[in-house]
Design a protein around this ligand. Structure first.
Ligand SMILES: [Mn+2]
Length: 328
C-alpha cells in the first residue's frame, strides 16, 4: 500500500486552512466506521490543535464501542444550513458510496463539489466521490489507511487514538481471522500496539461480550439455517425476531461467521428485515466465489469474500414439504 506524498500534503494544507473539520461515517456503524472516524478526528485535533473537530453518524454508536472514550462525541449530523463550504473540511471514512452516509439527499452539497471533502476507504466499488480520495482496496480496514496517512503526514498518535484505530483493524478482520488479514495488517497492528493501543480492551468489548438479547437473536439465526441445493447456507431474521429477543439490528453483526462455518458451502447469506427493507449479508470462504458480484446484482456491493445489499420489502417464509415412500 502506498500513500501518495503529494495527496497527503494537499490534504494537510486543506485541513490547515479549515475552521472546522467534520468527520462522517456510514449508517449502522461497525467497528471500522467508528474506529476510523474517531481515530482520524482525534489525530486531526492533535495535529491542528485549535481547529474544532465534529463526529457525525445518522445512527448511534453501538454500545460495544462505548469503551472508546470519544464515542460520546458522535452526534447526528446537523442540517446542511449549519455547514459552511467556505470554512469546513468534510472527511468521509469507510463509506463505499454517498448513500451509505444517508446524507446524499438532505446534504447533497457534500457530494457535488460544493464542499472540500476527503475520503478514506477500502471498498473496491467506491466511486471516488470526494475532492481528495484515499482508496486502497487491498487494505483490510479504513483504519489501516488512516494509520498510513497519519504516518506519512508525521502526525502524532497517542494510546487512545491507537485504540480507536486498532478497533477497526480487529473488527474488519474478524479478530485477525479473515482472509484479508495480510502481512500489512500485522504490521499495522504492531505499529498501533507500540503506540499503546489497548488490545485486550478491544478483544473483551468486541469479541468476548454479548448481551442476552444478542445471544437469543443469534440462537434464532442458527436455528433457522437451511442449506440450498446450490450449496449456500441461508438464514433469516424478521422484525418479529428482533422484537421477541429485544436485540438491536447491530446485534446481528458476527452471527454470519457461524452460518459461514458449515463445511463445503459455496457461500452463506443472512437476510434481516428492518424498517421496510430486507438487508442481505453475504460471506464466502472460497476463492472461486465472488459475493461482491452477487451483491451487485441487488444494487449492493462490498468485498469478494464479504458483501451486502438492501432491498425494499419484507421477508416471506416459504416451507417446502415432500412426501417420500416409507421403507421401514
Ligand atoms: Mn471497513
Amino acid at each position: 500500500m502506498s500513500t501518495n506524498r503529494q495527496d497527503v500534503a494537499d490534504v494537510q494544507s486543506m485541513l490547515a486552512q479549515a475552521k472546522r473539520v467534520r468527520v462522517v461515517c456510514h449508517r449502522n456503524p461497525d467497528g471500522d466506521a467508528i474506529g476510523s472516524m474517531l481515530g482520524f478526528g482525534l489525530l486531526a485535533e492533535r495535529a491542528l490543535s485549535n481547529t474544532p473537530v465534529d463526529f457525525y453518524c445518522v445512527d448511534p454508536v453501538p454500545e460495544m464501542f462505548h469503551f472508546l472514550g470519544a464515542a460520546f462525541r458522535v452526534l447526528p449530523p446537523p442540517p446542511i444550513e449549519q455547514w459552511s463550504p467556505e470554512t469546513d473540511v468534510v472527511v468521509f471514512v469507510d463509506c463505499a458510496e454517498p448513500k451509505l452516509t444517508e446524507l446524499h439527499i438532505t446534504h447533497s452539497q457534500l457530494f457535488d463539489g460544493t464542499f472540500k471533502t476527503v475520503m478514506f476507504d477500502h471498498h473496491p466499488s467506491n466511486p471516488l466521490f470526494a475532492t481528495k480520495n484515499f482508496l486502497e482496496p487491498t487494505a483490510a480496514s479504513a483504519c489501516e489507511i488512516i494509520v498510513q496517512f497519519a504516518d506519512a503526514a508525521g502526525w502524532d498518535m497517542d494510546a487512545a487514538i491507537a485504540t480507536c484505530l486498532l478497533t477497526g483493524v480487529y473488527t474488519d478482520t474478524g479478530g485477525l481471522l479473515h482472509s484479508n488479514t495480510t502481512a500489512q495488517v500485522y504490521r499495522t497492528v504492531a505499529r498501533l500496539l507500540r503506540a499503546g493501543a489497548r488490545r485486550q480492551a478491544i478483544v473483551t468489548a468486541v469479541f468476548r461480550t454479548a448481551s442476552i438479547s444478542t445471544l437469543r437473536l443469534w440462537g434464532r439465526v442458527l436455528e433457522k439455517i437451511s442449506i440450498t441445493e446450490e450449496g449456500a447456507a441461508i438464514s433469516a431474521v424478521t422484525e418479529g425476531d428482533f422484537r421477541a429477543t429485544g436485540a438491536e439490528y447491530s446485534d446481528l453483526t458476527g452471527a454470519i461467521d457461524y452460518v459461514n462455518a458449515i463445511p463445503g458451502m459455496r457461500f452463506s447469506l443472512v437476510l434481516s428485515e428492518r424498517d421496510g427493507k430486507v438487508k442481505g449479508s453475504l460471506r464466502t470462504l472460497r476463492d472461486d466465489v465472488d459475493v461482491a458480484e452477487m451483491a451487485g446484482r441487488f444494487q449492493g456491493g462490498g468485498h469478494k469474500k464479504a458483501a451486502g445489499f438492501a432491498l425494499q420489502g419484507k421477508l416471506k417464509p416459504e416451507m417446502r414439504w415432500k412426501v417420500v415412500e416409507d421403507k421401514e
